[in-house]
Design a protein around this ligand. Structure first.
Ligand code: NAP
Length: 518
């Protein structure tokens, strides 16, 4: 069985004890073990602060962008190997694995292009300058400079490649060294990504370190110049962001947490139309892609009351076609959930939803998977529930079941009511609305925009190109208010600014202009 290693202070650290066992979720075969015991976390932080930070800050944005380009290439060059690992360690089918692995190389490549556009400078000017006195003798301008600490990245189990890459791309481009920690259960893919990047000799010493396993006392040692970026459950987020040392030092903390995303069908969308076809395709994809283990997956489906029976029938027909099993079997369309704990939580969560809604597809029980040994593997059928009351269904608006599980709900067809029901979820990463009526869409956006980080509008005109509401594209914001964590990632420069300090520079216009290169 492989022992996963951490990459600390320029060398590979293999623990001797304290192991967690990683399994293939399709067969439950033990495939690796992981532990961070023996790591000196203080020394790791010092190494990043003293070696990685200065080396990165000495580079221009163009030079840092070139590092991202090389990182992207090395991941792309090993795509097949990473997809195989993803299938083994996280149970993904090839298309689902590519969402993670190609998402990682694609996001790094995107930030290469952003960084190249920022030019041969080591800090950024933001906005226009402004005259602060009677003459240009006193002038002001905002600049963004790299923070002098360490970017600590803690990621969820569902995106071991993309989760690492999307955070690292922004921090490294900003000029901050990274310590990345994947979820232990699916750390094999991340470990291999880091190994590939280290072996290729791309980054300066100390710019990237990896912790496989627990973070020990690392977080107790973070201070005012550091950044903690976390992706995972709302419960873990709460316990991390309320740590005394982080509060005392005002350490920057960005949280991407869970989210009860909603898809809304507007009343203008006729059966058989291209927009209706897109709605059905998107909802089924967003329920089943990565076995529903996406923070952006659809959990609530709102449909005008008089259409709910027809929509249920159409969704059930499509969900019936989803073959669940071991991704090694070529006929399989959806793999298992990633861990035994996920399966247990899923079944418990479906039980909670059943207090308020009834199952119309799926069983609420563990299933056997095609191509997997009987009784083995963490399989569950796609599960659709329905309630005829959209409001008095507490668990539906409160409980994230991180699996291929969603609930169908009726509403009166007005944008106003749709927005009110979506808001019961307390803040989403993404809300999608399917409509060709610009007036309805306008009302939906203006009334409901405050409750979400992203609004995805599905329409006839977008049907051919739209990638689905679950795709977190690096050009636009990823993050949402309230229970979604209140964080902001990606979105071009938005994600990079997390790692930069905004400084107001005041002085004579000639001096300020010269220093920002205006
Ligand atoms: P989790 O249990 O909260 O774990 C997330 C990460 O936090 C893991 O790396 C975990 O490490 C680490 N962690 C847990 N306790 C910690 C502690 N006390 N100190 C330091 N690190 C700690 O979440 P998960 O089960 O991996 O992920 C599923 C959740 O993530 C879902 O709720 C999903 O919605 C959310 N998610 C959100 C986004 C987003 O962008 N908004 C994206 C993906 C997933 P160990 O594995 O070693 O315990």
């Amino acid at each position: 069985m492989k022992t996963l290693r951490s990459y600390i202070r320029g060398s590979w650290h293999e623990a001797k004890s304290g192991f967690v066992t990683l399994v293939d979720p399709s067969t439950e075969e033990e495939i690796a073990r992981a532990s961070s015991e023996g790591i000196d976390f203080g020394a790791a932080l010092d190494y990043a602060r003293e070696r990685g930070g200065p080396a990165l800050r000495a580079l221009t944005f163009t030079q840092r962008a070139m590092l991202l380009k090389d990182m992207s290439k090395v991941l792309r060059d090993h795509r097949d190997e990473l997809l195989d690992l993803s299938s083994r360690n996280t149970g993904t089918t090839r298309p689902d694995g590519s969402f993670d692995v190609d998402g990682a190389s694609g996001t790094l490549a995107y930030y290469f292009s952003v960084g190249r556009g920022l030019g041969d400078r080591t800090f950024l000017a933001e906005g226009d300058g402004v005259q602060l006195a009677k003459t240009e003798g006193f002038w002001g301008r905002h600049v963004l400079v790299p923070r002098h600490g360490v970017a600590v990245h803690i990621n969820a189990f569902n995106f071991p490649a993309w989760g690492f890459a999307e955070k690292a791309a922004c921090a490294l481009l900003a000029g901050m060294p990274v310590i990345t920690k994947p979820a232990t259960a699916t750390a094999m893919v991340t470990e291999r990504c880091i190994e590939l990047i280290v072996d290729a000799g791309i980054l300066p010493e100390g710019a990237l370190q990896l912790i496989v396993g627990s973070t020990g006392d690392l977080l107790d040692r973070l201070g005012p110049q550091d950044v903690l970026a976390f992706t995972g459950s709302a419960d873990t987020a709460r316990s991390l962001r309320s740590r005394g040392n982080l509060l005392a030092a005002n350490t920057r903390v960005n949280v991407e947490a869970d989210s009860l995303n909603a898809a809304v069908l507007a009343p203008d969308v006729a059966d058989g139309s291209a927009t209706f076809g897109l709605f059905l395709k998107d909802v089924v994809r967003e329920m089943t892609q990565k076995t529903g283990q996406k923070c952006t997956a659809v959990r609530r489906i709102l449909v005008p009351t008089d259409r709910i029976d027809a929509v249920q029938e159409a969704l059930v027909a499509r969900l019936n076609e989803v073959v669940v099993g071991n991704p090694a079997d070529p006929g399989v369309k959806m793999g298992p959930v990633a861990t035994a704990q996920q399966l247990e939580d899923t079944l418990r969560g479906i039980g909670e939803l059943q207090q308020a809604a009834r199952i119309v597809h799926g069983s609420g029980q563990r299933a056997d998977g095609a191509g997997a040994p009987a009784g083995k593997g963490f399989f569950v059928q796609p599960t659709l529930l329905r309630s005829n009351d959209a409001r008095s269904v507490g668990a539906v608006h409160e409980r994230e079941v991180f699996a291929p599980v969603a609930t169908l709900l009726p509403y009166d067809g007005t944008a106003a009511e749709a927005v009110e029901i979506v808001a019961l979820g307390g803040g989403t990463l993404v809300t999608s609305a399917y409509t060709d009526d610009a007036g309805w869409a306008g009302e939906f956006v203006s009334r409901g925009g405050g409750d979400t980080g992203r609004i995805y509008l599905g329409s006839e005109a977008s049907a051919a190109d739209a990638p689905g509401s679950g795709a977190a594209l690096p050009q636009t914001l990823h993050g949402g208010p309230g229970r979604a964590g209140g964080g902001e990632e990606l979105g071009g420069l938005v994600g990079v600014k997390l790692y930069l300090q905004r400084v107001a520079v005041q002085g004579s216009r000639s001096l300020v202009d010269e220093l920002v290169g205006a």
